[in-house]
Design a binder for this molecule. Structure first.
Ligand code: AQP
Length: 325
């Protein structure tokens, strides 16, 4: 079985893009040798409120448990609890190049329009490489937006191995068949995101069923009538992808099933499917929120387990690089 690592930032309210793009596979494929991480150090690369970050970290852990991650079957932990991540990132910073980091499209997008951009935001793909490489992950289940970062991790690992001898496993990204890139419901050219400008375009896991329905009913479509996936029908294509992710049916089968339906009825079908899928997750999340101390204790145990692997990797890395500590 492949070793797996994947992470999520506690940088905002989690949404259905996170859920369908990454988390559903985390829950269904989890087993020993899988590491799932709340990457809080990534969340401080942009301006943030410390109290909010603390609160969001616990809340995110509750969502991951609610989705079905089982700390007895996999390792769930918080990145900053395992100091080896930052140490490894520094070593990899000395292997990565400015040129390759400058090519990262997510950095270009996220830094656009900001007066000042932190060094952390620029080199966070290197910290992400450290996250993955510390656990010798072979597979990284992510949404399509992360493809370039995982390729960078692979390049950095290969270069390190060439320079210092075989140390790191070369990871590869894996993507879901549907829901790999859920788009914003109002601005369909942008991916759905925690930091989206319009809350109407993003369905948060924490939204009520009524709010979810309202957002889907108001989703941008087009002036046509056909329910089919096509490059000139981005809104409809996105809703079909969402329905496919929520129901497990393929898009061609859905197109055949929905033929002749009006957009309004189609949207109702999508809203019902999404709400149905999220109902048990939302209910379980509300229960877990009642005992934050238990969640914190579970995260401490996860960090202990993660540290065993991460510290063994760093012993090897230090020796390979020539550090005497
Ligand atoms: N719209 C999306 N569709 C499919 N997958 C998505 N993911 C994020 N958005 C979508 C996947 O969710 C996982 C965790 O993402 P993250 O929180 O670590 O970072 P992100 O990709 O930067 O997510 P956001 O929502 O866009 O956050 P902000 O706005 O804070 O940057 C990843 O596997 C990601 O691919």
């Amino acid at each position: 079985m492949a070793r797996v690592f994947s992470g999520v930032q506690p940088s905002g309210s989690p949404h259905i893009g996170n859920y369908f793009g990454a988390w559903t596979r985390w829950a269904t494929e989890q087993e020993a040798g899988h590491f799932y991480c709340i990457v809080d150090l990534h969340a401080i690369t942009a301006p943030h409120d410390p109290a909010e970050l603390r609160e969001r970290t616990i809340d995110l852990a509750c969502w991951l448990l609610a989705v079905g991650l089982d700390p007895e079957r996999c390792t769930l932990f918080v990145q900053s609890h395992v100091r080896e991540h930052t140490e490894c990132a520094w070593v990899l910073d000395c292997v990565a190049t400015m040129g390759e980091l400058k090519r990262m499209t997510q950095f270009k997008e996220k830094s656009q329009g900001r007066d000042s951009v932190s060094v952390g935001m620029f080199n966070y793909p290197v910290l992400q490489a450290a996250d993955i490489l510390l656990y010798h992950a072979e597979e990284v289940p992510v949404g399509a937006d992360q493809r370039q970062h995982i390729e960078l991790s692979r390049d950095i690992a290969g270069r390190f191995n060439q320079r210092f001898g075989q140390t790191f496993t070369l990871p590869k990204a894996t993507f879901p068949t549907s829901g790999a890139r859920i788009m914003d419901l109002q601005h369909v050219e942008n991916k759905m995101s925690k930091s989206a400008q319009s809350p109407q375009g993003t369905i948060d896991l924490a939204d009520t069923e009524a709010a979810t329905r309202k957002k889907i009913m108001r989703a941008v479509t087009d002036s046509g009538t056909e329910i089919r996936a096509a490059p000139d029908k981005q809104g409809v294509t996105n809703l079909l992808d969402l329905l496919s992710a929520a129901t497990g049916s393929g898009v061609p089968a859905l197109e055949a099933e929905l033929e002749g339906q009006r957009y309004g009825d189609f949207k109702k079908t999508v809203a019902d499917a999404v709400n149905e899928r999220l109902r048990p997750v939302r209910e379980r999340h509300a229960e877990l929120r009642e005992d934050p101390a238990a969640v914190q204790a579970m995260l401490a145990r996860g960090a202990e387990r993660a540290r065993e692997t991460a510290s063994a990797t760093m012993v090897d890395v230090r020796a390979k690089v020539g550090l005497t500590g």
